[in-house]
Design a protein around this ligand. Structure first.
Ligand code: DGJ
Length: 594
């Protein structure tokens, strides 16, 4: 164990070092290291196997309680080992979870400082013949994750994968008359499974249940935190199924739970009558959610891990029916999914839009009183998008995980960027290097409502976070005394946690943070607070000037989940506010007024 830990430190150091080594050398090194780690872990497993055979599943379960999602005062936490946990994840590429490719995955997880790997379990691999289950890949990924001290989120690539049935086993694909496809308006079969295919539903339920049962038996350590049921369910190329069976249901009444969920009082004789132009997409969402809900409930009955589904999104501002993959948990049908698939704990957005307004809108749409925010996929790790991790944290997210971050496919570096083999990982690695060591605190502060976080928005050089008697003012692109103009590229991000009434923890990149007296709530409401504009943040409260002074600004690092003091900042380092640059800086700040 000790050897593995010190290795992890070395690996972190190596990964963060100057990228002078050639790509092949680096990957070869990573491979060797990865293989060594797995060998050590396997030897460990054998030894533990002999020594610990007497350890029962019951004792293991006692040591590692089941991960679960809890809610308090409208805020959520994922409890892992009994305490709030923040999944700082990375999703592998689709075809990476094979014995021959995993050594291209783990070095990326190490480099990123990710604590969770999201990776698929393929139905076609898991059930090569009807009713015969192959657990080898599940067991391999469990062993490797443990060897790398990482958690897993396993993605059940079952009936649906990106709207298609491509991961159904061969024996199913060869019988489309039994495992039927969606029929479009013209009566043609499309590349999408029908949610009315009873045989497919039964087969998926049986396979998913076998998978969950095996996880229960094999994972007393709770390496797996959550399971994703299916992947981007729904259909491209048809708004719904138009098969005779579907047509009959569409011409019938809307089920009571859907009416309730959508707030419709007029029951009407059929779907079109109740929902008008939204009828087709609502009908398909109902059918798909019902199908997936049944599978999820069956799996959860054998092993009650948190379950979620992910959505291929529609445009959050103008997603008209027919312009997106319908049937999945898009923002317009979240209530239908909640009603129809109660065994699913989280409806989660896959956010690929590079547009700031759309990205933030989606986060708000999925951050609901009845839904914890979790971003299980987002566009790789481009320099300007990684900042949205902070927007996500600002909405109490339980996890975040960019897609495709492994070495099975190294996308070319962005134009004009250093051509290093890791440029596609760097922005996320920078985030996780800062947040990783403090993730337990971040998760706890979020659950307790003490944390706020934000990312730079183009054209908005200053943002204000409100903490009772103090405002935290975040500015971007301003130098000493210079007016904030925004960074040349929007890369700024910050988080602020209120530790005590007058003490805050501040962390982030490429911004300046300061604190301004905000008066009491009553004074604010009565309009008695007027912000000043001098170098030292001040406000006129009820006619009197009140200024901020720093009592103490401690710079530190997070080690073993504890803030570790390094030095006191003062003078040039605090006279113009607290500047955060490209290094992972953590500050503990005590303020007072005069
Ligand atoms: C979203 C899907 O959920 C992923 O599995 C993957 O296909 C990405 N799109 C893009 O490659």
């Amino acid at each position: 164990m000790m050897a593995m830990r010190s290795f992890r430190h070395r690996m972190g150091g190596f990964a963060r070092g100057t990228p002078k080594v050639g790509k092949m050398t680096r990957i070869a090194e990573m491979k060797t290291i990865s293989t060594m780690k797995i060998l050590i872990a396997l030897i460990g497993c054998v030894v533990c196997g002999f020594v610990g055979q007497a350890q029962t599943a019951a004792t293991r379960t006692k040591e590692h309680p089941l991960p679960r999602i809890v809610e308090k005062d409208g805020r959520y936490a994922l409890l892992v080992d009994g305490a709030p946990f923040l999944m700082l994840g990375a999703q592998s590429n689709n075809s990476s979870d094979w014995p021959g490719t995993l050594d291209k995955v783990w070095p990326a997880i190490e480099y990123l400082h990710a604590n969770t790997l999201e990776t698929p379990i393929y139905w076609e691999q898991f059930e090569p013949d009807p009713g015969k289950f192959d657990y080898s890949q599940v067991d391999l990924i469990l062993a490797q994750a443990r060897a790398h001290h990482a958690h897993l989120v396993l993605l059940w690539f079952g009936t649906w994968k990106n709207g298609s049935q491509h991961y159904m086993p061969e024996w199913m694909k060869l019988k489309p008359e039994i495992y039927t496809h969606v029929t479009n308006k013209n009566g043609e079969l499309v590349d999408s499974p029908s949610p009315f295919a009873a045989a497919a539903l039964e087969a998926d339920k049986r396979a998913f249940t076998a998978f969950m049962k095996h996880l229960k038996e094999a994972d007393g350590e709770r390496t797996v935190l959550m399971v994703q049921v299916e992947n981007e369910t729904g259909t491209w190329g048809a708004m719904r199924d138009y098969s005779p069976e579907a047509e009959k249901l569409f011409a019938g009444p809307v089920p009571a739970e859907v009416l309730k969920a959508t707030g419709k009082t007029d029951a009407g004789p059929n779907w079109r009558n109740v929902f008008g132009t939204e009828a087709d997409v609502n009908f398909h969402a109902w059918a798909v959610a019902k199908y997936v809900g049944e599978i999820a409930a069956a799996g959860k009955a054998v092993y009650p891990l948190p379950l979620y589904v992910n959505a291929a999104l529609r445009d959050p501002f103008k997603g008209a029916p027919g312009t997106y993959e319908s049937g999945g948990p898009t923002d317009n049908v979240l209530s239908i999914w909640k009603a129809e698939a109660p065994a699913i704990d989280v409806l989660a957005p896959d956010i690929y839009s590079p547009d700031t307004a759309s990205y933030l809108k989606v986060l708000h749409l999925y951050h609901r009183a009845d839904n914890p925010l979790f971003v299980p996929e987002t566009a790789g790790s481009p320099r300007t998008l990684a900042r949205f991790l902070f927007s996500t944290l600002g909405l109490q997210a339980i996890g975040y995980s960019p897609f495709g971050l492994d070495y099975t496919r190294t996308p070319p570096a962005h134009q004009g960027e250093n051509d290093s083999p890791n440029s596609f990982l760097d922005a996320t690695a920078q985030n996780y290097k800062l947040i990783g060591p403090m993730m337990r605190d971040v998760a706890r502060w979020n659950f307790e409502g003490k944390l706020q976080a934000t990312a730079e928005v183009e054209g908005e050089p200053t943002q204000t976070l409100h903490f009772g008697a103090w405002d935290a003012v975040i500015s971007y692109g301003g130098g000493r005394g210079g007016t904030a103009k925004g960074n040349a590229e929007p890369v700024g991000r910050a988080l602020v946690a209120q530790l005590k009434e007058n003490q805050f923890l501040v962390a982030g990149y490429f911004c300046r943070v300061d604190f301004r007296p905000a008066g009491t709530e009553a004074e604010r409401k009565a309009g008695q607070v007027v912000n000043g504009s001098g170098q030292t943040p001040s406000a006129q409260i009820d006619g009197k000037w009140v200024h901020r002074q720093f009592l103490k600004v401690e710079e530190g690092t997070y080690e073993n989940e504890q803030f570790k003091f390094v030095r006191i900042l003062n003078g040039d380092q605090t006279d113009w506010g607290l500047g955060l640059g490209a290094e992972p800086d953590v500050l503990r700040v005590s303020v007072a007024t005069y």
